[in-house]
Design a protein around this ligand. Structure first.
Ligand code: TNX
Length: 543
């Protein structure tokens, strides 16, 4: 008797379509508006995706591949819509940039957007409506591939949603950066900022200055676990640790990112954090002393570009000309942070420059430097971004400020009518610890658990409406002094990226830690399938 009852129960559970409730929906970042309806859409071998341009085809193909791998059936990509059982992309130019609506009925899924990003985000939402097993790298048996019928209206709160990866302190392969791009798209983020140059390595091939990568991309060892304040490299030692990206590789990366609606912003540091350049071309510095590429952290580093000599500007303009050919991004980031200017105080070229330009101090000399670079960058149709130190001595006329030493610099810049990206160390530094220090891998310092990231809000003060408009969004920064491997890098990024994505995408009113921390467990299951080495400790700590 029991067996018969069990069999009946089993059969009804097989035939009855699943009924979804709101608590079954765990999308991150949380959509702006979601109305759950009755019924389900079921994916099967007869489901098709109608694509009408290359971008749609590419995202449809990725979706179809995922279904093939996990579900074992093929979803065809077609040009003409069949009668029913399909996903379609519908263009509506009235929708805001990046916005989309997603309507799922039992017969048709329609993603409406005005441009590529919206189509991608709509499909990413469909992915998150599907069972987590959709992420599986191998066939999952006995899985129903159904999603609830819903009506979603969604758009980002902020237009700039970024992640910076420091590839100088440690070198990461292009394939890894591509995987980061995949995951940024999954989290509806849209900027990858590449910190290509720092003291410890020059990572971009510049054809006019081959020594930058022959010498500047290599240091003696990668042992800089302890930021112990010593140069380990002499100029004559041959570097063994390092690497760089060829221009071809970077162009390929940029194209890959574009296929996921992600802009890659290159950062070409100046005037400081450039020992790697000076090791390659000592004449770029004030003292022209021969130095090696440091593997650890001598701090402060006084060997910076000379602001007096014309050849510094000629060099930087030539470098930027090549950079601009590779990166179609609207922005070029020129760094500008942490310049120890003691050599500028004693350098005759710098002193002369200050005299002829009527500059009162070295801060004004840095401002002259950045303004001059901005003129060049603007003349090539690009905009300049710099870290908030570019405020000192007077901001370049059209510069965008990345506020890292808290949000003060950003507020000041917005008040001056400049665009701002908020990346305060307190909430956005992914090189900080995210759990109890004694249980975590060595980090740079600081303490930024998941819950702290979730508290981030780029708009912090009562700014006027016009000033608020200047806050374009936010970004997390992963400095890599202590990060030697891809899996460690992933560990620092995830799951904090999920919290960041919701703070930058979802409405302020919908922000709710309890709700987020229950939804994120589903995302962890996806991360598990995707083999992402995320930090579990971050979740446990609710500072
Ligand atoms: C400061 S943040 C830096 C980086 C370091 C970071 C360590 C910024 C613009 N400059 O060079 O890697 O601190 O957290």
């Amino acid at each position: 008797k029991f067996l018969v009852l069990a069999l009946i129960a089993f059969m009804t559970s097989c035939t009855k379509p699943k009924v979804f409730t709101e608590s079954d929906i765990h999308i991150i970042p949380k959509p702006v508006e979601l109305k759950l309806q009755e019924g389900v859409f079921e994916f099967s071998t007869s489901t098709k995706i109608v694509a009408s341009n290359a971008f749609q085809e590419a995202i449809a193909k990725e979706f179809s591949d995922r279904m093939q791998t996990a579900g074992g059936f093929n979803i065809q990509i077609v040009e003409q819509a069949p009668d029913n059982d399909f996903i379609q992309f519908n263009t509506n130019s009235e929708l805001a940039k990046e916005a989309y609506t997603l309507s799922v009925s039992t017969a048709v899924i329609t993603i409406t957007a005005s441009e590529n990003a919206g189509f991608l985000y709509g499909l990413e939402t469909v992915r998150q409506l599907l069972p987590v097993a959709i992420e599986s790298p191998k066939l999952v048996a006995d899985q129903e591939w159904v999603i609830p019928t819903v009506a979603i209206k969604d758009e980002p709160r902020f237009q700039y949603r970024g992640l910076m990866i420091d590839v100088s302190r440690h070198f990461f392969k292009i394939e890894y950066l591509k995987s980061v791009i995949d995951r940024l798209a999954m989290h509806k983020m849209n900027v990858l900022h590449l910190h290509l140059i720092d003291d410890q390595g020059w990572r971009i091939e510049i054809k006019k200055y081959p020594k930058l990568t022959e010498i500047g991309a290599w240091r003696v060892d990668q042992e800089d676990k302890h930021w112990d304040g010593r140069y380990k490299t002499s100029p004559d030692e041959k570097g063994t640790y390092g690497g760089f990206y060829t221009q071809e590789e970077l162009k390929d990366l940029v194209a890959y990112a574009a296929s996921k609606s992600i802009e890659v912003i290159p950062e070409i540091e100046m005037p400081a954090h450039v020992s790697s350049a000076i090791a390659s071309y000592p004449e770029l510095s004030c003292l022209e002393k021969r130095i090696g590429v440091p593997s650890g952290g001598l701090w402060p580093i006084t060997d910076i570009y000379c602001a007096g000599k014309e050849n510094t500007f000629e060099f930087l303009e030539n470098v930027l000309l090549e950079v601009i050919e590779i990166f179609p991004s609207k922005y070029i980031h020129i760094g500008g942070d942490e310049a120890t200017k003691t050599n500028w105080e004693i350098c005759s070229h710098c002193q002369k420059r200050m005299k002829t330009e009527g500059l009162k101090n070295v801060e004004e000399l840095q401002s002259y430097f950045i303004k001059r670079m901005e003129k060049f960058i603007n003349s090539k149709g690009k905009k300049l971004i710099g870290w908030d130190e570019i405020l000192e001595g007077g901001l370049a006329p059209d510069a965008t400020v990345m506020s890292w030493r808290g949000v003060k610099g950003g507020i000041e810049a917005a008040k001056q009518g400049h665009d701002v990206i908020m990346t305060p160390g307190s909430h956005c530094y992914f090189d900080h610890y995210q759990g109890p220090q004694n249980e975590e891998p060595l980090a740079w310092g600081g303490y930024t658990p998941l819950s702290k990231v979730y508290q981030f809000d780029p708009i912090v003060e009562d700014l006027t409406e016009a000033e608020t408009k200047h806050i374009l969004g936010g970004q997390a920064n992963l400095w890599a002094e202590q990060i030697q491997t891809e899996s460690h890098s992933e560990y620092m990024i995830f799951p904090r990226l999920a919290a960041l994505s919701e703070t930058l995408w979802s409405t302020k009113e919908s922000r709710n830690w309890e709700d987020f921390s229950s939804r994120i467990t589903t995302l962890f299951e996806r991360y598990d399938y995707l083999d992402i080495n995320y930090a579990k400790s971050a979740y446990l700590v609710t500072a």
